[in-house]
Each structure stands twice: as structure tokens, then as C-alpha cells.
Write a protein that binds this ligand. Structure first.
Ligand code: M6R
Length: 611
């Protein structure tokens, strides 16, 4: 949620800040704003996209120091006044903020009683006035001291950046709960919410941790902890190419990311899957493998699409490694005072590695003594750094708000962990493991085959573009895929869709079925096929319009369905990696037909850093 960028250095700040905001726009896109210092402080902000902000900028809004913000509204509707940056009463200081200041009401009352005036409905404005109030009371202190005093008074979360026209040689940043990094360049420094905004200027980054504050000048950075002790921070090397964060000829990032999946899955498997030896190498788990083998229970916590891949993980772990699994919404896990035993292992799954609820679940479990593993895409993200061990997806930056390649990356990694665990525990024999491992190595090519049918999938999408509702049904490994298909459709096309385990249909949702209702049935696992066929008959008897996802030899299903999309045969345990692909394309084409911005759907943001 909300993207923050800052620049100080040899270049004109405007070009870097605006370019950075465009890269960060997937984090929030209801309004945008910038502040530059060029003599005095110059602020421009407006409701809408970065392109609307750009058209407001003149030559004079420039200088060698600037900060910018792209917003996902929490407090106060998206409008020009509520947009960031927010300024001090004297107009000399500007703040951009990602997070929520929970005690803003009481602080606001206090500051109002001291004569400070507020103009917006945001929680952020109190930060500007609070920092100003310390500078007014103690004129001798530096900007960083006033920021430190202000952050000591607020509760909640923040990633923030502050500039002041009288201290125009620095940007002060602070972090608690919302991500921030420093990009270290040659005679220039950047700060940003994530690496995509700095990748074209530098490959050296420093990740700030909670409670840290940093003072950035064009040729130095100083990071302090909450006791104001200077810290020596590790500089990480970014492995992110520009190509990865550009559309590369595709109309939308989502479509690019769908088509990248043969490659991203190969990248996830590379060096980990040993087909000949029938073994799995997961370097990141070496130190915790014993713990995993001895685990009496695995708990998986995640949100959204990552929660769906966690549900696939439940089937995988229980089937291959014979260990009980509970899959929790991270947001619920934290507040139910979970019972965690020493021999429990928690796996958190997150594409961004910054989701606030998932991070909170991780911290809760750690505090209660569990070993916590991460399945994360973004290298260096907070969740990746705070887990005891983990496995990266290697899916590359996912920019479309609708998660696609991260889902298949997560399921791939979960499959690798479950197989590795099953082999070590002896719950799966070598012959069976060998068959699954061989099949896994062929998944990228099989996805290519599905992608070749994109025109056919588009034709089906054209017929159902204006359907008001959709039902998605699946069994076993493909029940979570039904949930994922429904989520994809609703989040980018705004069509109401429900995912259900196919057998549950007759306990309620069957009442919805008539000749107007498209029902997507995922008939992709052999061991549930007969039951799935019965469910399809039940839909047909009520004149529902059946779109089947099935293997080419599944004539029974294809004869019953009005439309069929075929996916190549594979092992049942691997079928979600194939069956989800047509559903991603179906929702994409429907959303495009409806004129929706699929990369930036309304009300959403890519990285949900507030609870
Ligand atoms: O970054 P995370 O994987 O932790 O994000 C979790 C959800 O916010 C995310 O999967 C969301 O549901 C996507 N928009 C789904 O496409």
C-alpha cells in the first residue's frame, strides 16, 4: 500500500521521483504527489494517477532533492487535499507516509489546542504538524531529532520520508511496520518502498528495519536505532533487471506475467530438482529440515492468492509427507491467540514479503516458540528477513495486482518441500517420487501448450463478458484452484464469483444455477473424476452453462460441457500448476473486454502493508 520514493543527488529530482512513482504505482494509485526543494519547498499533488500529477508539474517544480508518494487511501477519501505530501503549517516541511497512525485523533486534538491547523482527513498530516511542533519548541535541533521525537509519540505503522527547506541537504526517513530501503548511488541516494523504484539507478540497497531512522545526503547515509545509536548496515546487491519491471510489448503486466510462467517455474526448479537422483535440494531449508521432519503439525498462514496456494500445500503435505496441516488466514491467526506447540512449524507464504497480516502471524508464532519458514518472492523483504529459514520463488517481480506467476511459483515450491519431506520421512517411495519429479520437470512445457490456446480462451471470454455471476468448482487439489479462479475474476473484472468444493454445491450454491449461470468446472484430477462427472450432470440438469477444464482424453466431461479447455495430462498432485492457467487467461480477457484496468483494479493495491 502506498509507494514512497525520495531522491537527493546530481540529477534533477523530478525525473527520478516521477519515474519512481510510475514504478511504484502498483502499490496504490488513487492519488499522487511530490515535494521538491529548489530554494523553497514546492508541493504538487492530486487525486488520480501519476500521469495526472505529471501534467501539473512545471519547470520550477524541480531541484536536486525531492520526495514522492502514490496513495492507497486509508484515512480520508482519495482527493487532492488528502493526497501526500502533507506539509507543516509554515509550509517549510513535507512528509510522505505509508502506514497508519493509530493515535492520530488524540495527537491531533493536542496539536490543535497548541494552535496547529489541519486541512485533510488523513492520519499522516499529524506527522507533519508534530515534527513541526518539535522544531518550533526546540529551534536548535536538527530535522532528524524532531522526526525521532515525533515517531516516539505515535503508535501504529509508518514508513516515512521528510524534507525541510532549511535543511535542504538531507532526507530523513523512518520505518516501523512499513517497508523502506535506501538505494546507494554515486553522488546520489534514493529511498523507496521497494526496489523496483531504484533498480535503474543503483544495484546497491540497504533495507531498513523496524525502529530505525536514517539521514540521507547525496553522498552519505547514517542509520540510527531508536536509542539514536548509529548502526552499521549491510549493503545488499540487487539482482533485478529493467526488463523484469517493464511490460516488454505486452499490453498489461498481468498478461506478461501469465506468459512468463513456463520460465518462472523453470527458474523455481533450477538447481533444486534432481530428476536422475530422485532428490530435491533446498539449500534454504538445510538447517531446519530436522525440525520439519519431526514436526507434528504444519501451520500455513497467508492471505489472498497466497492463502490459496497454502490450501494446495495442505493437500501436498498431507498426501506426500503424511503430516497434518492447518491453513489459516494470517489476519485471523494472529487474533485467535493460536495454540502453538514447540514441535509445530509455521510456514508463511507471501509474494511481496510485506503483507502486514502475514508478518503479524509470523511474529506471533515466533514469539510463541514455533519455527517459522517463509515461501517468499521478493528477496530481502521483511518476511524473508524475519523467518528462521525459507525458500524463494525466483519468479521475478510481479507487478500486476492480480497474482499469477507467484501462485504457480508458490505451488511449485510447496511441491518441492513436500516431496523433500516425504522422501526424508519415507512416506513416499522412491518410484512414486521419481514419477512426480519427472512430471514436475515437464510442467513448463505443458504450460506452453496451454498458453497456445489463449485465442480459444479469449473466444469463451467474449461470450461471457457480461455475465453477472460465475461459479467455480473443483475437488481435491483443484478446490483451491476454484477459489483462485473466482478471486482472479472478481478482483480484475468486478464480476461476482464464488469458488466451491464441487460436492458442496448441493448444500446451497446449486440454488443459483439456471441457464444464465456460467459454471467453471475443473475436472483435472483422475482420482476424483467420477464424482466430478456426477456434479457436472447435476449442473447440466439445471441448465447451467458449463465451461470445463479437463485433460484431452476426458471425453465424459467434454461431452457434458458446453465449452472445454484442455490441459495436458500430469500427476494429480501437480494438476493445480496447469489448471490455474486457463482461469488466469479467462479472467484477464473478460476484464479487458469490460474495459477494466487489469493491472490496477479499483480499490486494490499490490502490497497490503496495513492490517
Ligand atoms: O504479497 P502477498 O502474497 O502476501 O499478498 C497476499 C494478497 O494480498 C494477494 O495474494 C492478493 O490476494 C492478490 N491481489 C490476489 O491476486
Amino acid at each position: 500500500m502506498c509507494g514512497i520514493i525520495g531522491y537527493i543527488g546530481k540529477k534533477q529530482a523530478k525525473e527520478v521521483v516521477i519515474q519512481g512513482l510510475k514504478r511504484l504505482e502498483y502499490r496504490g494509485y488513487d492519488s499522487a504527489g511530490v515535494a521538491f526543494i529548489n530554494g523553497g519547498l514546492n508541493v504538487k499533488k492530486c487525486k488520480g494517477k501519476v500521469s495526472s500529477l505529471e501534467s501539473l508539474l512545471h519547470e520550477s517544480e524541480n531541484g536536486h532533492i525531492g520526495i514522492g508518494h502514490t496513495r492507497w487511501a486509508t484515512h480520508g477519501e482519495p482527493n487532492d487535499i488528502n493526497s501526500h505530501p502533507h506539509t507543516s503549517s509554515n509550509g517549510k516541511l513535507a512528509v510522505v507516509h505509508n502506514g497508519i497512525i493509530e493515535n492520530y485523533n488524540s495527537l491531533k486534538k493536542k496539536l490543535e489546542s497548541e494552535g496547529y491547523k489541519f486541512y485533510s482527513e488523513t492520519d499522516t498530516e499529524i506527522l507533519a504538524k508534530l515534527i513541526e511542533s518539535f522544531l518550533d519548541k526546540y529551534p536548535e535541533i536538527a530535522l532528524e531529532k524532531s522526526v525521532q521525537m515525533a515517531t516516539a509519540q505515535v503508535s501504529g505503522t509508518y514508513g516515512l520520508a521528510v524534507v525541510h527547506e532549511e535543511e535542504a541537504d538531507k532526507i530523513v526517513v523512518a520505518r516501523k511496520g512499513s517497508p523502506l530501503l535506501i538505494g546507494v548511488g554515486e553522488d546520489e541516494m534514493l529511498i523507496a518502498s521497494d526496489a523496483s523504484a531504484v533498480a535503474e539507478y543503483t544495484d546497491k540497497v540497504i533495507y531498513l528495519d523496524d525502529g530505525e531512522l536514517a539521514v540521507i545526503t547525496r553522498d552519505s547515509y547514517q542509520v540510527l536505532n531508536s536509542e539514536e545509536i548509529e548502526l552499521s548496515k549491510e549493503i545488499h546487491e540487487l539482482a533485478m533487471s529493467l526488463e523484469e519491471i517493464e511490460k516488454g510489448g505486452f499490453p498489461y503486466f498481468m498478461l506478461k506475467e501469465i506468459f512468463e510462467q513456463p520460465k518462472t517455474i523453470s527458474d523455481s526448479l533450477r538447481g533444486r530438482l534432481n530428476v536422475g537422483e530422485v532428490s530435491i535440494t533446498l539449500g534454504g531449508l538445510e538447517n531446519v529440515m530436522e525440525k520439519l521432519v519431526k514436526a507434528n503439525r504444519i501451520i500455513i498462514a497467508a492471505c489472498g492468492t497466497s492463502w490459496h496456494s497454502g490450501l494446495v500445500g495442505e493437500y501436498l503435505f498431507e498426501w506426500l509427507a503424511k503430516v497434518p496441516v492447518e491453513v489459516e488466514y494470517a489476519s485471523e491467526f494472529r487474533y485467535k491467540d493460536p495454540l502453538i506447540r514447540e514441535d509445530d512449524v509455521l510456514i508463511v507464504i507471501s509474494q511481496s514479503g510485506e503483507t502486514a497480516d502475514t508478518l503479524a502471524a509470523l511474529r506471533e508464532a515466533k514469539e510463541k516458540g514455533a519455527t517459522v519458514l517463509g515461501i517468499v518472492n521478493v528477496v530481502g523483504s521483511t518476511i524473508a528477513r524475519e523467518t528462521d529459514a525459507g525458500v524463494y520463488l525466483h519468479s521475478g517481480p510481479e507487478i500486476g495486482v492480480a497474482s499469477t506467476k507467484a501462485f504457480t511459483g508458490q505451488v511449485t515450491v510447496l511441491t518441492l518441500i513436500a516431496l523433500s519431506l516425504g522422501l526424508q520421512k519415507g512416506t513416499i517411495d522412491k518410484a512414486e517420487a521419481g514419477r512426480i519429479i519427472r512430471a514436475l520437470s515437464t510442467i513448463p512445457n505443458k504450460i506452453e501448450e496451454i498458453l497456445e490456446q489463449s485465442l480459444k480462451i479469449k473466444e469463451i471470454a467474449d461470450l461471457f463478458t457480461y455475465a453477472p455471476n460465475f461459479l467455480y468448482l473443483g475437488r481435491s487439489y483443484n478446490f483451491p484452484v476454484a477459489l483462485e479462479g473466482a478471486l482472479k475474476l472478481k478482483e480484475i473484472s468486478y464480476i461476482h464469483a464464488e469458488g466451491y468444493p464441487a460436492a458442496e454445491m448441493k448444500h446451497g450454491p446449486i440454488a443459483l444455477i439456471d441457464e444464465m449461470m456460467p459454471v467453471v468446472v475443473i475436472a483435472a484430477t483422475e482420482h476424483t473424476n467420477d464424482k466430478m462427472v456426477s456434479n457436472i450432470e447435476e449442473i447440466k440438469a439445471r441448465k447451467g452453462r458449463i465451461i470445463a477444464i479437463a485433460t484431452p482424453n476426458n471425453n465424459e466431461v467434454m461431452d457434458l460441457a458446453e465449452f472445454s479447455i484442455t490441459i495436458p495430462e500430469t500427476e494429480d498432485v501437480l494438476s493445480p500448476l496447469l489448471s490455474v492457467i486457463p482461469l488466469q487467461l479467462l479472467s484477464y480477457y473478460i476484464a479487458v473486454n469490460r474495459g477494466c484496468n487489469v493491472d490496477q483494479p479499483r480499490n486494490l493495491a499490490k502490497s497490503v502493508t496495513v492490517e
